[in-house]
Design a protein around this ligand. Structure first.
Ligand code: HGY
Ligand code: MN
Ligand code: MN
Ligand code: MN
Length: 430
């Protein structure tokens, strides 16, 4: 259970926990969540970890300081044994690939097994977060936000497509909403958080590199735009009398794309619902989802403002009302220099060129190891609110992700295993 093949096979195993037989979709507080937790917990226990599900439904495997740890380590780790946490998420987007999230969790379990008898000056924990994607309830990072002590009470009333609220879903899953605060960790309990994840973009492949470290992570802002015109007869209504919500929406979508390109940022309309949706009725109302992200929060927020202004202008020109409701806002996060050094040292060790001599945990990040900005969001963004975070990026084929064709090379996963293990040891050497 410490090989790349084992890791890839477990990621394949997890694809059986899905809402449907013909596509992969595994979401928060569903039967698939419970089944995946049970299976992954078995792998964690086989790696010598004690397992538990926390008050937000996240799965944890924990190895205490262990009797092998010298007394000095106990002192350094503190009474409870401050923990280095390794992990990622177990939930998926609809029609997902097998590696976005699960690869980071399973790889962390394999590294815990490799380090099973290593005397570490901290407790080692592996976490499988839930609801990183926000697929079921339309807001994301709920599991890791609970751990970071950032649970938002407004989430309780969010509903899924069947009208089930987060509160009801908690209760049906066997969790007590009133106890969600018990999932929160204190900064003093944590040595840091390390996450291995596929890049979900083409840069490592274009550079011919298997691994990189992450410098910072873009925080997305997400909205539901509601455009309200008038449903009318598709034949009897002349154009000058129309208030076509879908025609207005098409102008808003293209304006968002144009403004994002000009800003060097990203805006995506991922879902559109048209009412009433009949072929012979002019669309009276359209709902669009909008995801906006940029290299920094100021750039992102400026783009949101510009898209909103363009949306209001296009809609006004067609007599269509424009409404924008924010559903998610994640702060961009910066990976710490300390943990980026550890990840960089790990990448060097995996290349067999060993950590640099000049600084603990290896040469400064970026000297000979690629540091990449992540336009994709990760649980590390939420965890950055409570501890230092570092990320290891793994090349993925053609940058494909959020798609069934998502794939990674076995040799890259082998390198990632070596790098992640070496990164943990670099933190231990500090
Ligand atoms: O949307 C994202 O960036 C991440 O995959 N949740
Ligand atoms: Mn994702
Ligand atoms: Mn992910
Ligand atoms: Mn839909």
């Amino acid at each position: 259970m410490t090989s790349a093949r084992w890791v890839l096979d477990r990621c394949a195993d997890l694809t059986r926990f899905s809402a449907g037989p013909d596509h992969l979709e595994r979401t928060y507080l569903t039967p698939q969540h419970a089944a995946a937790n049970a299976t992954v917990a078995g792998w964690m226990r086989a790696a010598g970890l004690d397992t538990e599900t926390d008050a937000a439904g996240n799965l944890w495997g924990r190895r205490g300081l262990g009797s092998a740890a010298p007394a000095a380590f106990r002192q350094k780790a503190g009474a409870r044994g401050a923990a280095l946490v390794l992990g990622s998420h177990l939930d998926t987007v609809p029609d997902a690939g097998a590696f976005d999230g699960p690869l980071g969790v399973v790889l962390a379990i394999a590294v815990a097994e490799r380090l099973r008898d290593a005397p570490l000056p901290f407790a080692l924990e592996v976490v499988g977060f839930w609801d990183e994607e926000g697929t079921r309830f339309g807001t994301a990072l709920m599991g890791s936000s609970a751990v970071a002590g950032r649970w938002d009470a407004a989430w309780w009333d969010r509903q899924d497509a069947d009208g089930v609220t987060v509160r009801e879903a908690f209760e049906r899953f066997g969790l007590a909403p009133g106890r969600v605060g018990e999932a929160a960790r204190r900064p003093e309990d944590l040595v840091g958080y390390l996450e291995a994840h596929i890049e979900q973009g083409p840069r490592l492949e274009a550079a011919g590199l298997p691994l990189g470290y992450v410098t910072s992570i873009a925080g997305a802002r997400r909205f539901v735009l509601t455009l309200t015109g008038e449903a009318r007869h598709a034949g009897g209504t002349p154009y000058e009398r129309r208030k076509d919500a879908l025609a207005a929406a098409s102008e808003v979508i293209l304006a968002a794309e144009r403004l994002a390109r000009e800003a060097g940022a990203l805006a995506t309309v991922g879902d559109v619902h048209v009412h009433p949706g009949a072929v012979n009725v002019i669309p009276g109302r359209v709902e669009l989802t909008l995801d906006v992200r940029a290299h920094d929060d100021a750039g992102r927020d400026a783009l949101v403002t510009a898209i909103e202004a363009a949306g209001r202008e296009h809609c006004a020109g067609r007599g269509v009302a424009f409404d924008l409701a924010e559903t998610h806002r994640a702060p961009s996060a910066v990976c710490s220099d300390r943990l980026s050094r550890a990840v960089s040292a790990g990448i060097r060790a995996a290349r067999r060129d060993g950590p640099g001599e000049d600084a603990p945990g290896g040469a400064a990040p970026g000297q000979d190891v690629p540091g990449l900005w992540s336009p994709a969001g990760h649980d590390a963004m939420a965890m950055a609110a409570v501890t230092e975070v570092g990320m290891l990026f793994i090349r993925c084929h053609d940058g494909i992700s959020h798609h069934p064709a998502e794939s990674v090379r076995e040799d890259d996963v082998a390198a990632a295993l070596d790098a992640f293990e070496a990164a943990v040891l670099a933190v231990a050497r500090e």
